[in-house]
Design a protein around this ligand. Structure first.
Ligand code: NAD
Length: 491
């Protein structure tokens, strides 16, 4: 990894700048929990400067009007820049977030792929035209303006790219507000963007605390769009504030996704997938299958196999390529996850694996892979997003009950179904309340597909054309092709 920065500044109008107030906040790594850098604590003034720089680049610069191919070329160069720094990005992400390095490498590769993919999308973009006798209508698509992008601390670089790529591809100028716990990898973006040829002011970063910098971005009148990924409660605050200016919102929120295993499933594959689905990325994954619902006939077998495998999951130094679960992002989050373990025990769930810090790891935010069996739908650990390496297992007796249990939380982000009965797979997929359902697979996603949740998991869809629709406005032009009959009022 290149040397760690001592300070992390905003990037506004093509320049690294300190905050107007000069205030900073300490950023720590999750292995030592020691502060390694001071980041600029952005406030409304910094946000205003960034929005003004973005607005000016959008109004007077060449970016929004650039031919799709020219913008796509620059996006391709951003992807090149990410690939050239992939090792560094992965190392920084691992250092800052505690994600196991092998998984952080995958995230860096995916970030590059996001830019390549949206470069292709805009080159292939075409618009509707409607012809009828006497009238022609055609759609003009325009970038919406300055997009505010607010991102969380889990897989920060990949999630930033997931918003930046379509926003820039669409011709928007952007202000990115990265999560305050993990600002490190974003500090590579200015160099990547500048080298790739993104014009000054098109890409801006304001660091800071959510309630201050994030809230100021949401409240800014010159930011018509907010794309937010984070907790449901934060999303609700943002929606309220965005109402004042009638902003367009894309909300990717929390989840408590079910992984439903029927007795006829390939149990080896189902157990592999269920465990990976909830324990990878330290369990800090919005689409984690954190509730495993198992048909009674195979329930005890599945519990036993999960417990046995969980006990062998390698927890440790995130920079070690053998590590499967690293350190949880922040002591505050670690405490929260531990609290949920205590809650599960107090609620009477059966702890069959983990639940504590591994003996060999005295410091750092480490938790052994944790499995609770006999979890009832009324329990908090069944209902609430834990966002750590903790999974609940619950039995069911019928397809009807499986669907009811799958839908028994306020969330609806993802669902995973394991069965070899083709008809049942389609029946259940149609009845499960989730934005995304995988059958006999974990979270493998084609970038063209809609991404997002229902119920408390979100609003709107990102991915493929959905992202372009969000960052652009479609305007219809109606053209009369002959004389139009006009009623003659007052004639
Ligand atoms: P969070 O809501 O605490 O913070 C997310 C971002 O919002 C951060 O940048 C934060 O600074 C900012 N923020 C906080 N308060 C704000 C406010 N009042 N106004 C504007 N911005 C504000 O979320 P987190 O803890 O960083 O991330 C974990 C959550 O994200 C989990 O709930 C997880 O499920 C969710 N998530 C969802 C998806 C998805 O696609 N659905 C993907 C990843 C993570």
């Amino acid at each position: 990894m290149t040397a760690l920065p001592e300070k992390i500044e905003h990037f506004i109008g093509g320049r690294h700048v300190p905050g107007v107030s000069g205030r900073t906040f300490g950023v720590a790594d999750p292995v030592s929990n020691r502060v390694y850098a001071q980041a600029a604590a952005g406030d409304a003034e910094d946000v205003d400067r960034a929005v003004r720089a973005a607005r000016s680049a959008f109004d007077t610069g060449r970016w929004p009007g650039l031919a799709a191919r020219a913008r796509a070329k620059i996006l391709g160069r951003i992807a090149d820049g990410i690939e050239a720094r992939a090792q560094d990005i992965a190392a920084m992400e691992t250092f800052d977030t505690g994600l196991p390095v092998t998984q952080a490498r995958g995230q860096a590769a995916r970030a590059a792929e996001n830019f390549r993919y949206f470069a292709d999308v805009i080159v292939a973009q075409h618009e509707d035209a409607f012809s009828s006798p006497g009238q022609l209508g055609y759609v003009l698509r325009r970038p919406a303006g300055v997009a505010g992008l607010i991102t969380p601390w889990n897989t920060p670089f990949m999630l930033e790219s997931w918003k930046l790529a379509p926003a820039l591809a669409s011709g928007c100028a952007v202000v990115l507000k990265p999560a305050e716990w993990t600002p490190l990898s974003a500090s590579l973006l200015p160099e990547i963007m500048t080298e790739a040829g993104v014009p000054e002011g098109v890409f801006n970063i304001v660091h800071g605390i959510g309630e201050e910098a994030g809230a100021a971005l949401v409240a800014h009148p010159d930011v018509p769009l907010i794309s937010f990924t984070g907790e449901t409660a934060t999303g609700q605050v943002i929606m309220r504030s965005a109402a004042d200016h009638l902003k367009g919102l894309s909300m990717e929120l929390g989840g408590k996704s079910p992984c439903v295993i029927f007795a006829d499933a390939d149990l080896d594959a189902a157990v592999d997938s269920a465990l990976f689905g909830v324990m990878s990325l330290n369990g800090e994954r919005c689409t984690a299958g954190s509730r495993i619902l198992a048909e009674r006939a195979v329930y005890e077998t599945i519990v036993a196999r999960l417990a046995e495998r969980a006990a062998r999951v390698r927890v440790g130094d995130p920079s070690d390529p053998a590590t499967e679960i690293g350190a949880l992002v922040h002591p505050e989050h670690y405490e929260r996850v531990l609290c949920y373990v205590g809650t599960g025990l107090a609620e009477g769930a059966r702890l069959v694996a983990g639940g504590t810090r591994p003996d060999a790891l005295a410091d750092g935010n480490y938790l052994a892979a944790t499995v609770f069996a006999d979890v009832k739908p009324c329990m908090r650990i069944f209902q609430e997003e834990i966002f750590g390496p903790v999974v609940c297992v619950t039995p069911f007796d019928s397809e009807e009950e499986a669907v009811a249990l799958a839908n028994a939380t306020r969330y609806g982000l993802a669902a995973y179904l394991w069965t070899n009965d083709l008809r049942r797979a389609h029946r259940v997929a149609a009845r499960v309340e989730s934005g995304m359902t995988w059958v006999n697979s974990h979270n493998v996603r084609d970038l063209r597909t809609p991404f997002g949740g229902v119920k408390a998991s979100g609003l709107g869809r990102e991915g493929g054309q959905h992202s372009i629709d969000f960052y652009t406005e479609s305007r219809i032009v109606h053209v009369a092709l002959g004389d139009t009959h006009v009623p003659r009022f007052g004639a």
